[in-house]
Write a protein that binds this ligand. Structure first.
Ligand code: SF4
Length: 243
């Protein structure tokens, strides 16, 4: 049986590290020490591929020092998805992005690279963003869960519940003008609903006051090209909301 006090302590500690309100906790003997709030590596952009986490161009700014999420995710074992992962995929993109794209979870290529939306579905997303004149590097791209579900199955409820504080904090930091939820898992998680993707499309929702548009996941478009036209329609609505 897990000690309830230890669980509560762990939860409050995570909230604090994610930037929530300060919590004063008495020390417990043998309690694990929290990881450092920042890691210098998160501030060093690679010339070949951006590091996970929030980037900011021109370099500098408080967003770097306020972004503990890649480090927290890298050591996270809060759900069973940690067991099969090769890399965590916290998300990447501009810290001042006007658009946040949220998908479901990492696939095989994402798990191998640690980057979100790479591989065929990622290439399609890059084309979609290009078509609305939003270069990929000016968008923040992430997923609901940060570790790959085995065999690309849907993330389960308890896995989403464990991981979603990271996503919520990312959105709080970036403060986009619009959120694009791609696929049913992203839409249902952000809107806290069980409604189908079909029922959620063609409406402007809000997440914590931010306009949110629901559309198909690029991987679904690769399987069913008939959904490309409605996806373009959705993305154009998102673009209009940004302008
Ligand atoms: S999916 Fe999220 S909650 Fe689960 S281990 Fe990975 S980072 Fe932690």
């Amino acid at each position: 049986m897990t000690d309830g006090r230890a669980l509560a302590r762990e939860f409050l500690e995570q909230q604090r590290l994610l930037g929530g309100d300060s919590v004063i906790l008495p020390e417990l003997p043998g309690a694990p020490q929290p990881p450092a709030a920042t890691h210098p590596a998160s501030r060093i952009p690679s010339p070949d591929s951006p590091p996970p986490g929030i980037s900011y161009d021109p370099p500098g700014g408080d967003l770097f020092s306020n972004d503990p999420i890649p480090q927290l995710v890298a050591s996270c074992t809060k759900c069973r998805l940690c067991e099969g992962r090769r890399h965590t995929v916290p998300g990447e993109g501009a810290g001042d992005a006007r658009l946040v794209v949220v998908g479901e979870g990492p696939g095989r290529v994402e798990d191998e690279t640690g980057r979100p939306f790479v591989g065929p579905a990622g290439e399609l997303l890059t084309k979609i963003l290009g078509a609305i004149e939003l270069p990929r590097e000016r968008v923040f791209i992430c997923n609901v869960v940060k570790c790959r579900p085995p065999e690309n199955r849907l993330p389960q409820f308890d896995e989403i519940a464990a991981c979603v504080p990271y996503l919520f904090r990312q959105i709080d930091i970036v403060k986009p003008k619009v959120i694009l939820a791609m696929g049913g898992t992203a839409a249902q998680t952000l809107l806290n609903t069980k409604q189908s993707l079909g029922a959620l499309r063609n409406l402007m929702h809000r997440f914590r006051g931010i306009p949110l548009i629901v559309t198909y996941h690029p991987a679904a478009l690769l399987r069913n090209p008939n959904w490309k036209k409605p996806t373009w329609d959705d993305v154009r609505i998102a673009r209009r909301l940004i302008d």
